[in-house]
Design a binder for this molecule. Structure first.
Ligand code: SAM
Length: 278
């Protein structure tokens, strides 16, 4: 099986939409009344959830005329947030077909079906013309992609001159191993976590100027502590949360990731790149 098939298989899950619907009902909502904010605990599949997306996009210069690409969009939470917060249009692309189906349905439920579109496809072969997008975001995706140079070159190609990319990935902070499974991989065969320097070099080789880099270790520790406290206080997870998208072994995957962040082995980093104007 090719790497991309294995990655997609890791994320594919049966009846995700049904599970989300159960959570929505437990909140006292339905498909007509559920909001982008209600869904954020389950559809922002990265450390720090909605807050991380908000802070990543702050200062990126997105406005209501922007067309934003969400690379490895998952079930589309970041896309819907960006479209609703900035009034713009978004295009999400992801390897995992069932995620794209769920992304489309959740966007219909929240009234964003016309402004958020989604495609099944690979970040390494984006099905878009050169110079298409004003901005690109990528949250917790690069850990599944070995060839960071091709990834950044593809994003560079589809961005307009003057466009910017904002990446928020888990990176290798210190050279050491960690336990599996983790949220992005069941075993090391589909895990390609790399150091910030690898991203920086790939960005620069593609033609980007690296305009920002931020280690989010402290933010991640606070997120894990809050997640644990919320679960303990409520005597179990809330109706909608990462356990719904990650399945029954969510605590094990999250535990391994949190331990690696605590040990200083892994850390979520933000990295911003700008494509020169012509
Ligand atoms: C941890 S999830 C993050 C999803 C989303 N960005 C979010 O933050 O909610 C990683 C996603 O990356 C996607 N992915 C991994 N490798 C990819 C590739 N080569 N091309 C497109 N999507 C990919 C997976 O299918 C999965 O949906």
């Amino acid at each position: 099986m090719k790497i991309e098939e294995r990655v997609s298989k890791h994320y594919e899950g049966d009846e995700l939409l049904e599970a989300i619907l159960v959570g929505v009902a437990a909140l006292g909502k339905n498909t007509a009344t559920v909001t982008v904010d209600d869904l954020s605990p389950v559809d922002e599949f990265h450390i720090g959830g909605r807050l991380a997306t908000t802070e990543l996009c702050d200062g990126l210069g997105i406005d209501d005329s922007s067309l934003v690409l969400d690379v490895g969009c998952g079930i589309g939470g970041s896309s819907r947030f960006v479209a609703s917060a900035y009034g713009c249009r978004t295009v999400g692309i992801d390897l995992t077909p069932s995620y794209i189906e769920v992304a489309r349905t959740l966007s219909e439920w929240t009234g964003l079906g016309k402004r958020c579109s989604f495609d099944v496809g690979s970040a390494l072969k984006l099905p878009y013309d050169d110079d298409t997008f004003d901005r690109a975001i990528q949250l917790h995706v690069g850990m599944n992609i070995e060839d960071k140079s091709s990834l950044l070159a593809e994003i560079y190609r589809v961005l307009q001159p003057g466009g910017r990319v904002a990446i928020y990935d888990i990176m290798q902070k210190r050279d050491d191993t960690h336990e599996f499974p983790v949220p992005w991989a069941s075993d090391p065969a589909t895990s390609f976590v790399a150091a910030p320097s690898v991203y920086r070099m790939a960005m620069e080789a593609a033609g980007f100027s690296v305009t920002g880099e931020r280690d989010r270790s402290q933010f991640a520790s606070e997120f894990f502590a809050a997640l644990q406290a919320r679960s303990a206080a409520a005597e179990g997870p809330p109706p909608l949360g990462l356990h719904v998208i990650m399945g029954p072994d969510a605590p094990v995957k999250l535990g391994h990731m949190a331990a690696a962040v605590k040990a200083g082995t892994l850390a979520p980093y933000e990295m911003i790149g700008a494509k020169p104007t012509r």
